[in-house]
Structure formats: structure tokens, C-alpha cells
Design a protein around this ligand. Sequence first.
Ligand code: GSH
Length: 206
Amino acid sequence: MLRLWGRISSVNVQKVAWLVDELGIDCERIEAGGAFGVVATPEYRRMNPNGLVPVIEDDGFVLWESNAIVRYLAAKHAAGTLWPDDLRLRADVDRWMDWQATTFTPAMRDAFLQLVRTPPEARNTARVEASREAGEKAAAVLDSHLAGRGFVAGEAFSPADIVVGCAAHRWLNLPLAREARPQVERWYAGLRSRPGAARVLSTPVT
Ligand SMILES: N[C@@H](CCC(=O)N[C@@H](CS)C(=O)NCC(=O)O)C(=O)O
């Protein structure tokens, strides 16, 4: 059986847990990271020397990096459906997955760390503001891309919706003033109606 290490409050674990739900595969999730610890143990470091979650183990095959895990599981269990065979369509999915990891999430990282993880008296408001502006820029790109589209890539739900959706969940739940993004909000509401998303994204942003 597939094993997944990681606390469900982690945005990167959420991606994998949501995909596992969409794929309908058996998976044992083992709490790790944050208050659960585990990630500093020698056994864990042998699986992931970065000491981060998520990690999966699939019949002896160990993999870390959430988007690599999502690609692996989607290709293994849903080639030709959730994971497109068509080269250009798959490149489109890949592109938006990379955009999540390299643009959207880094843009909002400081705002998240300051507003959610730092006590009010220790917050750096300049960092929050710079991160809010960067987050708005990314949200604007996503909003105009989603105009007239049901999904992030192609005509159907794909792993791009999962990974960008988990990042959007964080962005839309940060305690800061955001510009209205009607296309993002419509698409996100649609994602939330999927059982896997409803289960995984009910966790507060912590
Ligand atoms: N690029 C990595 C980032 C992993 C990462 O930063 N994980 C965070 C949680 S979202 C973590 O392990 N934090 C330490 C902890 O939870 O103990 C991935 O996408 O898997």
C-alpha cells in the first residue's frame, strides 16, 4: 500500500492527499512535520535529506517533492485521463504546476509566514506588503487566464487544478485585504465541490 508522510495542514501534503482521493487508491498517511516531529529522525532523513513533508513510499520506491509525487502518482494511476497522453496538453499541465511552485507560492510566502506564523508584535509589515503585492500580481495572471475556462489546463480537471488550487486556498485564506478575483473565486468554488478537495481543504491555514 502507498504510504504518505506529512501533516494534513501542510499545503504540499494537501496536494498529494487530494490527488490520492481523486485516484481512489489506498494510502496510509503517517503524521510527520510541524508539531508531529519525525522529520529530524535519521530514518526520515534517509528518505528525505531535506527533512520536509511530503514523502511517499510506493512498493519500496521513495519520492519527495510534492509536485514530483503528484506527477508520479497521476502518471502511474491515471495515464490518459487525469494525466494527459497528449504532449502539448501535458506540457500545459506541467507549466501551471511549475508556475505554482516557482511563482505563486513564493510570492505569498512572506505574507503567510508573517501573518500566520509570526506573533503580531514581531511582524515585518514591509515584507507583508511586498509579498501581498507579489501575490496580487500572480493572482491577476491566474484570474485573466481562467476567464472563459473551467480548469487551469485544457478542458478538464487535472493535477494543475490540484496544485494551483491548494496554493489558491492558502492565498484566499490569508488574513489580508485582497483584490476581487471573480474568475479565481468561481474556479476555486468549483474545485471545493469535489469530495477530495472538500476533505483536504477544510483544514485551517496554519
Ligand atoms: N518543495 C517542497 C517543499 C516542502 C515543504 O516546504 N514542506 C513544508 C510543509 S508545506 C515542511 O515540511 N515544513 C516543515 C515541517 O512541516 O516540519 C515540496 O513541494 O514538497
